[in-house]
Design a protein around this ligand. Structure first.
Ligand code: ATP
Length: 240
């Protein structure tokens, strides 16, 4: 098995004249929780979209390999079959389906009904709010509840790699804590995670390794705990 779950080399993305990503290398190894932090507009979401093949028409250069194989950028619908799950910024739940249906959709590639039922119960136990509202349309949930649902749905496929785009965005502090607790648990269960976050402190506390992105380039990388104590990171991203 490949040691690298994800390997990005020389990635460049330009939206017309706007160079959003200017040649980055990034690796996520099996079992790692890696975070990509950086200010607004640094190119983090663009990088995730390049991985999932969900960029709008634009110029893309470089290579992205998943489990040692190049990812075909045009086949994003196959990602779940390849056990690559993404929770996009803004959640992306199926708003006109119920919570329960959303969870089952996450497991559409699986055939083990008993296992699926057990996983649904597990997520209802983790997020009791979802259980209470299981028959309700997902579009009626609050932002935080939709975030929980999006995360649970992504995990229903038992991903090898989980991509998370700003999971703490717009959430109340208590929800943020809960979401990060789940991210840490997921990582401890051996799922490989690439976490894009603006809350650098929480992200670095949870991660094994980190990359800092500024204006389309990776400007720093290293052990997440070391970066928490790096004066440059503290000054730029931790408000210290
Ligand atoms: P944020 O944390 O604010 O989401 P980000 O680091 O995820 O920021 P991106 O969303 O990747 O940054 O954006 C990088 C740059 O590319 C920004 O300057 C943005 O304005 C630009 N950009 C993103 N999407 C498009 C698009 N569809 N068309 C044109 N420019 C875009």
């Amino acid at each position: 098995m490949a040691d690298n779950v994800l390997k990005i080399a020389g990635l460049k993305v330009a939206y017309g004249g706007i160079k959003a990503v200017k040649g980055i290398d990034l690796e996520v190894n099996r079992g790692e929780l890696v975070t990509l932090i950086g200010a607004n507009g640094a190119g983090k979401t663009t990088t995730l979209k390049a991985i999932t093949g969900t960029l709008p028409p634009c110029k893309v250069e470089g290579t992205i390999a998943y489990l040692g194989q190049p990812l075909n950028a045009n086949k994003s619908f196959k990602l779940v079959e390849q056990k690559l799950a993404m929770v996009p910024e803004g959640r992306g739940v199926f708003t006109r389906m119920t919570i329960h249906e959303n969870l089952l959709m996450g497991a559409y590639t699986r055939t083990d009904k008993a296992g699926i039922d057990a996983d649904v119960d597990k997520w209802y136990a983790v997020f009791p709010r979802l259980k209470e509202r299981s028959g309700q349309l997902a579009g009626t949930l609050s932002g935080g509840e939709q975030q929980m649902l999006a995360m649970a749905r992504a995990l229903m496929c038992h991903p090898t790699l989980l991509l998370l785009d700003e999971p703490s965005m717009g959430l109340a502090p208590i929800m943020v804590e809960k979401i990060f607790e789940v991210i840490r648990d997921v990582s401890q269960q051996g799922i490989t995670v690439l976490l894009v976050e603006q809350n650098a402190k929480l992200a670095l506390q949870a991660a094994h390794r980190a990359y800092v992105m500024e204006s389309g380039l990776i400007t720093m990388t290293g052990d997440a705990q070391d970066m928490l104590h790096d004066p440059r990171v503290q000054a730029a991203y931790l408000g210290e």
